[in-house]
Each structure stands twice: as C-alpha cells, then as structure tokens.
Design a binder for this molecule. Structure first.
Ligand code: 173
Length: 321
C-alpha cells in the first residue's frame, strides 16, 4: 500500500469511528407542563444544563418550552405518544392518560422510601402499562397543598364559592360544597383578577412565581396531601437508549431527586414570604384541623381506589403510612 492509500484508509477508519461516536449521542426533547416563569422550571433548566455539560457524546436534552409549546393538560399525552421524549409535569395534569397519575399526591412515604419499598417499581409498572411512560424521578415533594381564598371563612365550608382546581383538589373541595373550575396554572392570575374565582388550590410555595400574592387574601391552614412533580419519559424512547445513555439519564435524574430536602427549608421561607406579602392565615381549631386533614386523606384514597380498583390498593401499601 502506498503512503497515500494508507492515509486514505486511516481517514476512512477515523470517519467511521467518529460516525459511531456521533450515533452514540442522543438528543431528547423535553416540555414543561408548568409555565416557564415558574421556579420549578428554572431548577429543571439548571439540571438540563448540567446533564448537557457532563453528557457530551452520550446524551443531551433540548428544552422545547412550557405550556405555549404544549398545553399543560396535553403534556402527558405528548409523552405517551412520543410527540416529545420527556415531560416535566405532575400527575394531576395527565389523568387523561391514566387515573393513577393523580394518586401520587397521597404519598406519605418519600421518594427515597419508595425507591426502597417497591413503590418506584410499582409506579413504573403502572406507568409503563397504562401510559407507555417511564417515571424517571420525583423532583418536588415535602410540599403540602393549601386552599387559598379571598373571602373569610370560620369553618371548612365553601358554600357559594367558586374555586379553581386541578384533579388534586376536586373531591375534597366539593365535599366542602365548593363550586369548582379546572384551569392550568397559567390561567389563574386572570381568573382572580376578573373575579371569576374566589380562590384556588395550590402548594405552599410557588405562588410568587406567578404573582398570585397580588390577588390573594387568605391561606387556609393546615395543608394537605403532598405535591409531586416529576420527570416522565416516553417508554419506547427510554427502551431505545443504549445502556450507557440509560444509565447516564437514570443517574442524573436520581441526583435531581436526591436534592428534594431542599423543599423543606424553601417551604418555610415561602410561608414567611406570604405573611410579609399580607396573606393572612385562616386556621381552624385543633379538632377541626385534624378532621380537615383526615377527610382530605379519606376522600383521596376512596377516589383513588374507585378510579383504579386494580392499582389503588397496591399504591396505598407503598405510599401511605
Ligand atoms: O394546582 C395545581 O396546578 C396542581 O395540581 C399542582 C401539582 C403539583 C405542583 C404544583 C401544582
């Protein structure tokens, strides 16, 4: 072989190798069901930046956008059908895929405990079977939901009030006689401004992200349930990853989940911030508070089991304490 020919052969071999290396890098498309100006999304963008920095040649994530790209309540379907690869959402937003998704709000065990007690496997069994999804990681927890209202109440009775909900709160608020209206987070501010609603359900945190403190008079204590926000992935896409890509994604998702203690101090601070913004707390007496939380839980599980006679009871074993 001449030197020239061997050089050509070498160049061809190098091109082939780099071709393989390129094929080993995959770019996944992610959409958020939460508005882009929410702090949740900022944290996820930071996580994506980290994934992309360390994942060169292996795996990259391309953030497509928030509800303007795909509406909040359609993100689950988009992940299920593979319109996008990854979704950043909460179970309440994709009950149109499977009713089980909203049951995760009833978690009393932590994500870490669910990784150890079989809960994570069970969730993934259900998500695969019913949603064609992989549940990668829970990235918000230790966060109660609350009822926020603009009319004073002295007992848990919402007669005559119109309250914005998602599936999280429906049966509980209806049990207090509320008239309910489902909206995505992105529509709450305008509904409050126009007086279309007298209140809303929402976590203890993230109200400032959307400026709702400007239109909110009271928070009702105590909180109930446990907000769950997670990264979900189209199952076919997940299965199509190489072992190296899958390990990398699982590892990074798990590292994100491992930061969840962050929410404990964040939430304390958010409660303080609400007080400083003039949001007053409506608190019931001890017995009423206890009954309020118990009723939320009872109604939650009754509905979970009704919605999923098959998996509701199995989920209860690993989620409830
Ligand atoms: O109120 C909501 O929009 C909702 O269901 C939710 C769930 C988890 C986190 C934040 C909001």
């Amino acid at each position: 072989m001449t030197c020239f020919a061997s050089r050509l052969a070498l160049a061809a071999a190098l091109a082939a190798i780099s071709g393989i290396a390129c094929a080993q890098e995959i770019t996944l498309r992610l959409v958020s069901a939460f508005p882009e100006n929410q702090f949740y999304v900022k944290r996820t963008l930071d996580w994506i930046a980290d994934v992309n920095k360390d994942g060169k040649g292996v795996l990259q994530i391309n953030f497509i956008g928030g509800p303007k790209a795909i509406p909040t309540f359609e993100v689950g379907k988009a992940v299920q059908t593979g319109v996008v690869d990854l979704g950043f959402s909460t179970g309440a937003f994709y009950t149109n895929v499977m009713p089980e998704s909203d049951i995760l709000k009833l978690s009393e065990t932590s994500a870490a405990e669910q990784r150890a007690n079989g809960g994570y496997e069970l969730i993934n069994k259900i998500w695969a079977e019913k949603g064609n999804m992989r549940y990668l990681a829970k990235v918000v927890e230790f966060t109660p939901f609350h009822l926020y209202i603009n009319k004073k109440i002295d007992k848990p009775d919402l007669t005559g009030m119109k309250i914005r909900i998602t599936p999280v709160y429906r049966e509980f608020f209806q049990s207090m006689n509320a008239q309910v209206m489902t909206t995505a987070p992105g529509e709450v501010y305008t509904a409050l401004e126009r007086g279309v609603i007298d209140g809303y359900g929402w976590p203890i945190h993230a109200l400032f992200d959307l400026n709702w403190q400007e239109k909110t008079k009271y928070r009702v204590d105590p909180g109930f349930y446990n907000a769950e926000v997670s990264l979900i992935m189209n199952l076919d896409k997940y299965k199509s990853l190489t072992p190296a890509q899958r390990d990398y994604l699982d590892r990074k998702a798990r590292a994100y989940e491992a930061q969840n203690d962050f929410w404990k101090s964040y939430n304390q601070n958010e409660a303080k911030r609400q007080a400083e913004a003039g949001i007053q707390v409506i608190a019931f007496d001890a017995a009423t508070s206890k009954a309020y939380v118990e009723k939320a839980k009872e109604i939650g599980w009754a509905n979970a089991i009704k919605a999923s006679p098959q998996y509701g009871p199995q989920l209860q074993k690993v989620l409830a304490k």
